[in-house]
Design a protein around this ligand. Structure first.
Ligand code: GLN
Length: 190
Protein backbone atom coordinates (compact mmCIF):
# COMPACT_ATOMS: atom_id res chain seq x y z
CA UNK A 1 0.00 0.00 0.00
CA UNK A 2 0.94 3.62 -0.40
CA UNK A 3 0.88 4.90 3.18
CA UNK A 4 0.93 8.67 3.54
CA UNK A 5 2.21 10.31 6.72
CA UNK A 6 1.31 13.95 7.29
CA UNK A 7 4.77 15.54 7.34
CA UNK A 8 4.22 19.11 8.54
CA UNK A 9 5.53 18.71 12.11
CA UNK A 10 6.14 15.94 14.61
CA UNK A 11 7.57 12.42 14.41
CA UNK A 12 6.48 11.59 10.86
CA UNK A 13 9.83 9.96 9.97
CA UNK A 14 9.30 7.27 12.61
CA UNK A 15 5.87 6.43 11.15
CA UNK A 16 7.36 6.24 7.64
CA UNK A 17 9.95 3.79 8.99
CA UNK A 18 7.22 1.70 10.68
CA UNK A 19 5.15 1.59 7.46
CA UNK A 20 8.20 0.46 5.50
CA UNK A 21 9.11 -2.14 8.14
CA UNK A 22 5.61 -3.57 7.57
CA UNK A 23 6.31 -3.84 3.83
CA UNK A 24 4.47 -0.73 2.62
CA UNK A 25 5.62 2.39 0.83
CA UNK A 26 5.85 5.38 3.19
CA UNK A 27 5.10 8.76 1.60
CA UNK A 28 5.56 12.17 3.24
CA UNK A 29 2.43 14.28 2.68
CA UNK A 30 2.68 18.05 2.30
CA UNK A 31 0.48 18.75 -0.71
CA UNK A 32 -3.03 17.95 -1.90
CA UNK A 33 -1.60 16.06 -4.90
CA UNK A 34 0.41 13.82 -2.56
CA UNK A 35 -2.69 13.30 -0.40
CA UNK A 36 -4.76 12.18 -3.36
CA UNK A 37 -2.25 9.43 -4.24
CA UNK A 38 -2.39 7.38 -1.02
CA UNK A 39 -4.29 4.33 0.25
CA UNK A 40 -4.00 5.14 3.97
CA UNK A 41 -2.98 8.12 6.10
CA UNK A 42 -1.11 8.45 9.41
CA UNK A 43 -1.23 11.61 11.55
CA UNK A 44 1.92 11.66 13.71
CA UNK A 45 2.63 12.73 17.26
CA UNK A 46 3.80 16.28 17.75
CA UNK A 47 1.85 19.40 18.62
CA UNK A 48 -1.76 19.33 17.51
CA UNK A 49 -2.20 23.12 17.40
CA UNK A 50 0.90 23.52 15.20
CA UNK A 51 -0.09 20.69 12.87
CA UNK A 52 -3.62 22.04 12.34
CA UNK A 53 -2.25 25.55 11.76
CA UNK A 54 0.22 24.25 9.17
CA UNK A 55 -2.47 22.10 7.52
CA UNK A 56 -4.50 25.27 6.97
CA UNK A 57 -1.44 27.11 5.64
CA UNK A 58 -0.64 24.24 3.24
CA UNK A 59 -4.30 24.06 2.07
CA UNK A 60 -4.62 20.55 3.43
CA UNK A 61 -7.23 21.10 6.14
CA UNK A 62 -10.40 20.60 4.09
CA UNK A 63 -8.92 17.96 1.74
CA UNK A 64 -7.90 15.81 4.72
CA UNK A 65 -11.34 16.24 6.36
CA UNK A 66 -12.99 15.23 3.10
CA UNK A 67 -10.83 12.15 2.56
CA UNK A 68 -11.47 10.95 6.13
CA UNK A 69 -15.21 11.36 5.66
CA UNK A 70 -15.01 9.54 2.34
CA UNK A 71 -13.63 6.49 4.14
CA UNK A 72 -9.84 6.78 3.87
CA UNK A 73 -8.20 4.56 6.51
CA UNK A 74 -6.47 6.88 8.98
CA UNK A 75 -4.40 6.32 12.13
CA UNK A 76 -3.44 9.09 14.55
CA UNK A 77 -0.94 8.74 17.42
CA UNK A 78 -1.01 11.20 20.35
CA UNK A 79 -1.38 14.64 18.70
CA UNK A 80 -2.85 12.61 15.82
CA UNK A 81 -5.59 11.34 18.16
CA UNK A 82 -6.43 14.94 19.07
CA UNK A 83 -6.59 15.84 15.37
CA UNK A 84 -9.12 13.05 14.77
CA UNK A 85 -11.36 13.80 17.77
CA UNK A 86 -14.72 15.47 17.22
CA UNK A 87 -14.42 17.28 20.60
CA UNK A 88 -11.49 18.52 22.74
CA UNK A 89 -11.20 19.37 26.44
CA UNK A 90 -8.31 21.70 27.35
CA UNK A 91 -7.65 22.60 23.73
CA UNK A 92 -6.18 25.93 22.68
CA UNK A 93 -8.76 28.64 22.10
CA UNK A 94 -10.91 27.69 19.08
CA UNK A 95 -8.67 24.67 18.38
CA UNK A 96 -9.93 22.92 15.26
CA UNK A 97 -9.59 19.25 14.36
CA UNK A 98 -10.05 17.15 11.24
CA UNK A 99 -12.56 15.15 13.28
CA UNK A 100 -14.38 12.01 12.22
CA UNK A 101 -13.84 10.10 15.50
CA UNK A 102 -16.80 10.35 17.88
CA UNK A 103 -14.78 11.00 21.04
CA UNK A 104 -14.07 13.81 23.45
CA UNK A 105 -10.31 13.87 23.97
CA UNK A 106 -8.62 15.48 26.97
CA UNK A 107 -5.33 17.10 25.98
CA UNK A 108 -2.29 16.67 28.26
CA UNK A 109 -4.56 14.44 30.34
CA UNK A 110 -1.95 12.67 32.47
CA UNK A 111 -0.85 15.92 34.10
CA UNK A 112 2.28 18.03 34.05
CA UNK A 113 4.10 16.08 36.76
CA UNK A 114 4.11 12.98 34.55
CA UNK A 115 4.90 14.54 31.19
CA UNK A 116 6.29 11.32 29.87
CA UNK A 117 6.17 7.67 30.95
CA UNK A 118 6.10 4.10 29.71
CA UNK A 119 3.47 1.57 30.64
CA UNK A 120 2.65 -2.03 29.68
CA UNK A 121 -0.81 -2.13 28.13
CA UNK A 122 -2.99 -4.71 26.44
CA UNK A 123 -3.68 -4.17 22.76
CA UNK A 124 -5.52 -6.66 20.55
CA UNK A 125 -4.71 -9.63 22.77
CA UNK A 126 -1.02 -8.83 23.33
CA UNK A 127 0.98 -6.79 25.83
CA UNK A 128 3.01 -3.91 24.52
CA UNK A 129 5.19 -1.21 26.03
CA UNK A 130 3.43 2.08 25.38
CA UNK A 131 5.27 5.41 25.39
CA UNK A 132 3.17 8.39 26.54
CA UNK A 133 4.47 11.96 26.00
CA UNK A 134 2.18 14.79 27.18
CA UNK A 135 -0.50 12.40 26.06
CA UNK A 136 -4.25 12.84 25.75
CA UNK A 137 -6.82 10.27 26.86
CA UNK A 138 -10.36 9.62 25.73
CA UNK A 139 -12.72 11.30 28.17
CA UNK A 140 -15.93 10.15 26.55
CA UNK A 141 -16.76 8.12 23.45
CA UNK A 142 -19.80 7.49 21.29
CA UNK A 143 -21.44 4.08 20.93
CA UNK A 144 -19.78 3.35 17.60
CA UNK A 145 -16.30 3.61 19.12
CA UNK A 146 -14.50 0.40 20.11
CA UNK A 147 -12.02 0.70 23.01
CA UNK A 148 -8.87 -1.32 22.25
CA UNK A 149 -6.68 -0.32 25.26
CA UNK A 150 -7.02 1.55 28.53
CA UNK A 151 -4.56 3.20 30.94
CA UNK A 152 -5.33 4.96 34.23
CA UNK A 153 -8.97 3.95 33.72
CA UNK A 154 -9.34 5.77 30.41
CA UNK A 155 -9.32 4.58 26.81
CA UNK A 156 -5.94 5.17 25.14
CA UNK A 157 -6.53 3.20 21.92
CA UNK A 158 -9.82 3.39 20.05
CA UNK A 159 -11.25 2.45 16.68
CA UNK A 160 -14.30 3.65 14.82
CA UNK A 161 -14.69 2.09 11.38
CA UNK A 162 -11.80 3.25 9.22
CA UNK A 163 -10.26 5.37 12.00
CA UNK A 164 -7.70 4.25 14.61
CA UNK A 165 -6.22 6.48 17.32
CA UNK A 166 -3.76 5.88 20.17
CA UNK A 167 -2.70 8.22 22.99
CA UNK A 168 0.73 6.62 22.91
CA UNK A 169 3.53 6.42 20.31
CA UNK A 170 4.17 2.92 18.90
CA UNK A 171 6.32 4.60 16.24
CA UNK A 172 8.92 5.29 18.97
CA UNK A 173 9.31 1.59 19.81
CA UNK A 174 10.38 -1.42 17.75
CA UNK A 175 7.00 -3.11 18.32
CA UNK A 176 4.97 -2.99 15.10
CA UNK A 177 1.75 -4.48 16.57
CA UNK A 178 -0.32 -1.29 16.33
CA UNK A 179 0.86 -0.47 12.80
CA UNK A 180 0.21 -4.05 11.71
CA UNK A 181 -3.29 -3.88 13.23
CA UNK A 182 -3.93 -0.67 11.27
CA UNK A 183 -2.66 -2.08 7.97
CA UNK A 184 -4.05 -5.60 8.31
CA UNK A 185 -7.35 -5.11 10.16
CA UNK A 186 -8.44 -1.62 9.11
CA UNK A 187 -6.89 -0.80 5.74
CA UNK A 188 -7.58 -4.20 4.22
CA UNK A 189 -11.21 -4.27 5.36
CA UNK A 190 -11.84 -0.86 3.75
N1 GLN B 1 0.26 17.51 23.91
C1 GLN B 1 0.40 17.46 22.49
C2 GLN B 1 -0.74 18.17 21.77
O1 GLN B 1 -1.62 18.70 22.36
C3 GLN B 1 0.49 16.03 22.00
C4 GLN B 1 1.79 15.41 22.45
C5 GLN B 1 2.34 14.36 21.56
O2 GLN B 1 1.94 14.17 20.39
N2 GLN B 1 3.33 13.68 22.07
O3 GLN B 1 -0.77 18.19 20.57
Amino acid sequence: MRVGVLALQGDFREHIAAAEACGHQGIEIRTEAELSSIDALILPGGESTTIIHLAQTFNLFQPIRDRIRNGLAVYGSCAGMILLADRIIDGAKDQKTFGGLDITVRRNAFGRQVDSFESDIEFNGATLKAVFIRAPWVEENGEGVEVLSTAAGHPVAVRQGNILATSFHPELTADLAVHRYFFDEICKSG
